[in-house]
Every structure is written in C-alpha cells, then in structure tokens.
Design a protein around this ligand. Structure first.
Ligand code: DC
Length: 223
C-alpha cells in the first residue's frame, strides 16, 4: 500500500488577513510543519537594522546580508528562523520593523537570500517526520512553491485588518504595507494561479480553517 502523500500547502494574502492563525490550525489538523515566512522577512529586517543597513542604499544591504548564517529550529510544529545562531524575539513585531519590512522585502538581493532557505523547509518537514508543510506569505504559491498541492489566497476588508492588529496591541499600517508589497517589481503580493480565494472579513479563524481543511481533506480522500 502506498504511504500517505507528503503535501505542500501555500497560503498567501495581505497583512492581517488571517494567514498565521489558519496555517497554525491546518498544521495541527494535518500534522504539517508551519513556516511563517513573514516572520523570516521580519527577522532579516530586524538584523538589517541592527547591522546599520538602509533599504535605500543597496551597498549597505549587501554588506549586511553577508554571513547571515540562516538556520531553523523546530519548536513543536513551527519552523523558526535563526540568524547567526540566534532566534529573533518580540522585536520582529515592533513598530520599527513593521515600518521597515516592506522596504527591505522589495530588494531582490534580500529576497534571493531567503529563497532557497524557504524551499529548504520542505526537506526539514520530511526529515522531521511531518506529513507535509504549510507555508504562508506573499509569494508562496506564485514563486516559492508554484507546484504546491494546495494554494489559498486570503483577503479581508482593510478596516477590519487594522482592527485585528490593534486588538493584538500592534501599531501596523496594513494598507500601506499591502500597497508596497503589491506594487514591488520582484515577487509582488498576487493571487497565485488556481488559488482558492477566501474573504475572511466576516469569518472566524475556525470557519476559515474549516473551509481550507475541507478542500484538503476532500482531495486527500480522492487521492
Ligand atoms: O506576514 P507578515 O505581515 O508578518 O509579513 C511581513 C512583511 O514581510 C510583509 O509586509 C512583506 C514581507 N513578506 C514578503 O515580502 N514575502 C513573503 N513571502 C512574506 C512576507
């Protein structure tokens, strides 16, 4: 009897669209390794700021990208990034990082520093004994894993997304980040081909996760 298939689930969407909570729910439901690539861009941004890089000065970014030594620590079902042996802390959700992250994430050299790292999380999931990988971000179904088994795109009304961030105690201009993330030249936020698009404005996390889980379960039962 063939073993269970290893699945890759890509979830893309704007800021505070519900990606992390639903990815976490799916990781529990299907025993998937959960990779939050927004936290990777945030961690690298925080490191760039610490190393004195300015997103408007490419030479300073290139210099700061040297010797990042990216690693992964698996904590439960979460694949956490390490930079030069250190795991970033709460500073990755600070106002400074919220304001800088889209500017650094628009730089092709910085994106390519994270590309193979992100693809490598599939191997980390296999060797960790997971049934697959759920990766969330902006370009997962379009660039990182265009052949993902499942592609979802989450969106929600901007006012509701701002309220979600305020409830989390964060200062975050989600509409401005979306504008920057959608209009950059390299790997902009976009709806991947063939993605299941879900408006999460009036749905609870559990309702969104249930819809996604039923798409996955139906397909796995038919496999
Ligand atoms: O998911 P998040 O809001 O924590 O992501 C923070 C920023 O990281 C987002 O504004 C743009 C960038 N990002 C990206 O460019 N590509 C990804 N795959 C994930 C995040």
């Amino acid at each position: 009897m063939p073993g269970k298939p290893f699945i890759i689930v890509a979830i893309d969407g704007g800021a505070a669209s519900g990606k992390s909570s639903t990815a976490s729910a799916l990781s529990r439901r299907f025993n998937l390794l959960h990779a939050d690539t927004g936290s990777y861009y945030r961690a690298v941004t925080s490191e760039m700021l610490k190393r004195g890089a300015d997103p408007g000065d490419l030479a300073s970014v290139k210099a700061a990208l040297a010797d990042l030594r990216l690693g992964t620590r698996i904590d439960g079902r979460l694949a956490q990034i390490e930079i030069a042996g250190r795991r970033p802390g709460a500073e990755i959700r600070s106002r400074e990082v919220n304001e800088a992250v889209s500017h650094f994430a628009a730089i092709p050299e910085l994106r390519s520093a994270l590309l193979s790292y992100q693809r490598g999380q599939a191997a980390a999931a296999r060797s960790g004994g997971f049934a697959g990988l759920v990766m969330e971000g902006r370009d997962i179904g379009s660039v990182i894993f265009p052949a993902a088994d499942f592609r979802f795109f989450l969106h929600a009304d901007p006012a509701e997304r701002e309220r979600r961030r305020v409830r989390e105690g964060q200062q975050d201009r989600v509409a401005e980040r979306d504008r920057l993330d959608s209009t950059r030249k390299t790997a902009p936020l976009s709806v991947p081909d063939g993605a299941v698009s879900i408006d999460t404005t009036r749905l609870t996390i559990a309702e969104v996760a249930d819809r996604m889980a039923s798409v996955i379960a139906r397909s796995l039962e038919g496999a």
